[in-house]
Write a protein that binds this ligand. Structure first.
Ligand code: HPA
Length: 273
């Protein structure tokens, strides 16, 4: 289990690598969505392995490094690749970079992910602003002794995603003619895709999309008081909706196809906040 000193050591190492550069926004890029990194002019590149206590990315389409630089007039720290519970890391490992970022003074988070569409009004390739999530009793990065330095034992989650950020991102997307949805993200650990029966159950519970990431990070980020924007790319319809099997390749391809477009919106969003 990580101690507060471990976070402090991670933050000190990252701060040293940043040599005076002070990011204000952390951006986590989902499957196949790493292209945003190319928009940073002469970024500082820091592989996760150079930060003590940080785990490495093993998921396809996740490079496993920080990039730091300017984007949309803001100083950003970008994660090309996130850490997932299904890779064998603990939920607190997936959330480690969030808390390290907080210790560096970062209090804004943008998360993107790939997900399956549960809402039959959605189509692959479309975007969804995450308005809330459902995790129920799955894994949680806050289990263990509470670190009061970050936040309270029983943090409020009644508004995880920032309304102003959602409105600003919506304006950007709609200015490009995008039909952007707003919906609830259901977290599953994976790595297997869901069964059709599970998807029907999630729909009854009020979910619009399903994925294997984002929620552990958002819980840790809200715990320490960050403002969060979450954007989902619907890469496929969830299991059982169409008469075909799901594949990881399909997800990466859809991510790659949307990466440039979503990256542009994130940059414009940063100009507005
Ligand atoms: N289910 C879970 N995670 C996903 C999916 C899905 O259908 N698509 C992309 N990530």
């Amino acid at each position: 289990m990580l101690s507060f000193d471990d976070y402090r050591e991670g933050a000190e190492a990252l701060s040293k690598k940043l040599s005076g550069f002070k990011p204000e926004v952390l951006i986590i890029l989902g499957s196949g969505l790493g292209r945003l990194g190319e928009k940073l002019a002469s970024p500082i590149v820091i592989p996760y392995g150079e930060i003590p206590h940080m785990k490495f990315s093993t998921a396809p389409g996740h490079a496993g490094r920080f990039l730091a630089g300017e984007l949309g007039g803001k100083k950003v720290l970008l994660m090309q690749g996130r850490l997932h519970f299904y890779e064998g890391w603990a939920a607190e490992d997936a959330a480690f970079p969030i808390r390290v970022a907080k210790l560096l003074g970062i209090d804004k988070l943008i998360v993107t992910n790939a997900a399956g569409g549960i809402n039959t009004g959605y189509k692959p390739g479309e975007l969804m602003l995450i308005s809330d999530f459902i995790k129920l009793n799955s894994v949680n990065p806050l289990i263990g002794p509470n670190m009061d330095e970050f936040g309270p034992r029983f943090p409020d989650m009644s508004r995880v995603f920032d309304r102003e950020y959602m409105a600003a991102f919506r304006l950007v997307a709609e200015s490009h003619g995008e039909n952007i949805h707003e919906g609830v993200y259901f977290y599953c650990t994976g790595p297997q895709y869901e069964t059709p029966a599970e998807i029907r159950a999630m729909r009854i519970l009020g979910a619009d999309a399903v994925g294997m990431s984002t929620v552990p990070e958002c819980i840790a980020a809200r715990h320490c008081g960050m403002r969060i924007l979450g954007v989902t790319l619907v890469t496929n319809m969830a299991a059982g909706i169409l008469d075909k099997p799901l594949s990881g390749e399909e997800v990466i391809e859809a991510g790659n196809a949307a990466s440039e477009r979503l990256s542009g919106y994130v940059r414009e969003f940063l100009e507005r906040i």
